[in-house]
Design a protein around this ligand. Sequence first.
Ligand code: IMP
Length: 431
Amino acid sequence: MPAIVVVGAQWGDEGKGKVADILAEHADVVVRYQGGANAGHTLVVGDEKTVLHLIPCGVLHPGTVCVIGNGVVVDPYALLEEIDALRKRGYLEDDSLLKISDRAHLTMPYHRAIDQARERLRGEGLIGTTGRGIGPTYEDKMARIGIRFADLLDAGAFADALRRTLEEKNAYLRNILKEQALDYDRIRDDYERLRERLAPHVIDASVYLDRALAAGRRVLFEGAQGTMLDVDHGTYPYVTSSNTLAGAACGGGGIAPNRITGVIGITKAYTTRVGSGPFPTELIDDLGRKLREDGEEYGATTGRPRRCGWFDAVVGRHAVRLNGLNGLAITKLDVLTGLKRLKVCVAYKHEGQRLEDFPASLSALNVLEPIYEELPGWEEPISRARSLEDLPANARRYIACLEELTGTPSIMISVGARREDTIILRNAFTM
Ligand code: IMP
């Protein structure tokens, strides 16, 4: 009954799509357990590029069951768009290959409207959300006024819940956010149609996963966003609205902690982030721009340019501690090819003190300075490397440095966008 979790070890966009897709080859079931359509997981198979927002990456493997857990917030329009696009390309032909928890919350049109209007009103102080309604959906869940799939399936309960909630949301949209009110009949009718399409997928996902694990099936829990976007342990308030850590696979997947047999952290060989907020090793110079162009660092969900910087081992250790990482999957090593010297942040300096751990205070984060160690770079192209021995000595040295600073061995190194551009060092399911 192996159950492994893969999580982002930085600010998201670490290449979880590619790594989860590779690991999914050995999995019977792949589960999303938090986040929503804010995620954008890019997969490249052959010459075909697929971007997934809600459906787990296992979907490209024939016969693998994909589960959207109770901790995910689901925009049914975005989900159906994704299902239709995948079906057109021959995936997900059988309804039973996609399961949605009856306890997962629905993102409603007012959640998107509120998210986008609030960001507009924040002006310069904006969080830089994806505008997908994620925060407002989780707010309603915690306020106990959310609408779940179980409610969607019950037409009467859904109509009542929508009427009650929409009254309050429309008052907020009109009076506070100065936006237009939304029409009750239209939302109810639209969701009626969505119900018909989605009902065959809705199940008690916790019971399903428990039985799958008991039957010895291999389950992969696929995290979205990254450790530094976790609502508790990230760069609050510049974070997403869910717990993004490996532990959230329990609450958001409906499984017990002792079911998890391993945790893999995905990290780029450098660092990126989209949206606002602290980023100690950010490069706001030509080198930062070069990393953005060479690494094609533009958001998969919103197309926004990503901020780029050096690898940060303080962030790495934060991720190892919070997630209990057993192994690292290091991505985009090829993007560093051609740089003469490489820097790695080993600690921070703040008010004359050396900081080994990531601080909570925003004002400290705004003024602290990274302490760097320098390593020599390499010139040789590495995208055809399939084993460590195929890498130039300085690239091996760089990997060894990241492993030593984070105290975690690497299990996989990605050297290009395609599935096959990967050095596999260990099988995550049998670590
Ligand atoms: P939200 O999740 O849309 O509320 O956005 C909150 C913050 O998380 C913003 O800085 C987003 O750019 C960031 N974010 C959300 N999802 C992702 C993701 O999948 N990758 C990277 N950043 C993300």
